[in-house]
Design a protein around this ligand. Structure first.
Ligand code: G6P
Length: 486
């Protein structure tokens, strides 16, 4: 198949193709049988959707529902090309290999990864399907940007089909040190899959170094700094591109009268506490939700403040609900919140308002505007865009961010109240410090963080990746102009 050009009948081919497990919108079947599309969950889509809204291109992904056939369609100026997966593949490729093998392995084995050979076979099969769809959708010399851990074999499979393409890969989650990655029975195949790309991008430079070291150790290629030299003369670059958010859009949303009014309403509905703490996460065991709620409840229990002084709103959006570890987590948090509110709450004054639901961006923005202290305490997180969204939403320049050292964002947001989420007492101390901080101190910290988030937004992230990819020379001259914000 090497070098073959394949093309769907009648479909225009794109100069820029995004390949991600999910489309930016999920297919939802309403009770009356009609189909609607809703924004997909997670940081990947919230970062890439605004990038792609500003330039023409195609997005290949799964429609978020097990269906046999969904036709390509247009959405906000983008060509969306659905790749379907069967019910068995949903279990083996998505819930299994992606989210019960790779996800825990890449997040410091916070949960124990499971290794099953049939899950791997399904992962290979689905990755091949995505690569074929990309080969069909991409124009001659196009840039194809493959996203995240679900599709690590796509770069090499796609290069076999289309050697004319410039292929980029970006990993949104952490890339583990060799000591952990080496547990994976298919470690060499994954590394070789990624090496099909011209550029392999990571959130942090430490992750890129982990990758380079593993390639040297496990595949035996020559490496120097951020470069890998393949025997066929090709060079692959591995480096960090820390992802961000559409800062200006978030600021504008936060400043809108609707969001401001909603924020005031949220505070009054909560009984106008002196301080409002907030957590917003997918309900995932990497996020450290349990530990943070315990820390908060102990501060009340120890008498540092009362439920009249402070309340905690925790939004946990449902995620991967049939995977065992997620089911266990949901039960654990339900029980913990019940205990805490039973022990510490008063009538009309729960210590924790717990919402196990997803909300539109405007509601998130209202929560960010309403909250005095944002608490982001993952045990490990690739970046964590919620922390950046909070900072962008603090248009008045106040508010405090409590942030785990183990979130990628901690490398940039140094003025946050940094915590080790494994250290409950340390976390309590920092949460209390944020609670007690005077306005001047809060503003000093927030000002510096707001500068960082304003300077490094998602457009800067994408254009630095596109610029590097456009420089890759493979005997053809076609280049896509990176999108720039006006
Ligand atoms: C994280 C991952 C994404 C993923 C998202 C939502 O942000 O990096 O690749 O799409 O979580 O998870 P889900 O399994 O629902 O797609």
């Amino acid at each position: 198949m090497t070098g073959t050009r394949r093309r769907a009948a009648g479909a225009a081919r794109a100069d820029l193709v995004i390949v991600a497990n999910r489309l930016p919108v999920d297919r939802v079947v309403q009770p009356d049988g009609s189909v609607t599309w809703r924004r997909s969950p997670g940081g990947l889509v919230s970062a890439l959707a605004p990038v792609m809204a500003k330039q023409p291109g195609a997005w290949i992904g799964w429609p978020g529902d097990v269906v046999e056939d969904v036709k390509p369609f247009e959405h906000e100026g983008m060509a969306l090309i659905p790749v379907t997966i069967s019910a068995t593949e949903y279990e083996e490729y998505y819930e299994g290999f992606s989210n019960a093998t790779l996800w825990p392995l890449y997040h410091d084995v916070v949960a124990k990864p499971e290794f099953h050979r049939e899950w791997w076979d399904s992962y290979v099969e689905v990755n091949r399907r995505f690569a074929e769809a990309a080969a069909e959708a991409a124009a001659e010399g196009a840039m194809v940007w493959v996203q995240d851990y679900q599709l690590q074999l796509v770069p090499a499979l796609l290069r076999e089909l289309r050697e004319d393409l410039r292929i980029g890969f970006f990993l949104h989650i952490p890339f583990p040190p060799a000591e952990l990655f080496s547990q994976l029975p298919w470690r060499r195949q994954i590394l070789e899959g990624l090496l099909g790309a011209d550029i392999v991008g990571f959130q942090l430079s430490g992750a890129a170094q982990n990758f380079i070291r593993l390639v040297r150790q496990r595949v035996g290629h020559k490496t120097h700094r951020d470069s890998v030299y393949l025997p066929d003369g090709r060079m692959v670059t591995a480096k960090a591109y820390p992802i961000s958010i559409d800062t200006a859009a978030f600021e504008a949303l936060a400043a809108s009268p609707e969001v401001q009014e909603r924020a005031a309403r949220i505070r009054s509905d909560l009984g106008n506490p002196r301080k409002l703490f907030l957590g917003i996460d997918r309900l995932d065991y990497t996020k450290g939700i349990y530990a943070r709620l315990r820390a908060f409840s102990e501060l009340i229990h120890d008498g540092h403040f009362t439920v009249e002084d402070a309340t905690f709103v925790q939004v946990a959006s449902p995620s991967r609900e049939r995977v065992d570890q997620y089911r266990i987590l949901r039960d654990d948090i339900d029980r913990l919140v019940g205990h805490i509110n039973g022990d510490l709450g008063r009538i009309g004054r729960p210590a924790i308002s717990y919402l196990n639901a997803s909300f539109p961006q405007s509601e998130m923005a209202a929560l960010y505007v309403a909250a005095d202290i944002m608490v982001v305490t993952p045990f490990r997180d690739g970046m964590n865009l919620v922390s950046k969204e909070y900072v962008a939403s603090r248009i008045e320049g106040d508010g405090a961010l409590v942030l785990s050292e183990f979130a990628g964002a901690a490398e940039e947001l140094r003025q946050a109240y940094l915590v080790n989420p494994y250290d409950i007492n340390g976390m309590k101390a920092q949460m209390l410090e944020a609670y007690l901080a005077d306005d001047k101190e809060q503003r000093r910290r927030m000002k510096a963080m707001r500068k960082t988030v304003a300077e490094n937004d998602v457009a800067t992230w994408a254009s630095s990746f596109f610029e590097d990819l456009a420089l890759v020379r493979q005997g053809h001259d076609k280049q896509v102009k990176p999108a720039r914000r006006s």
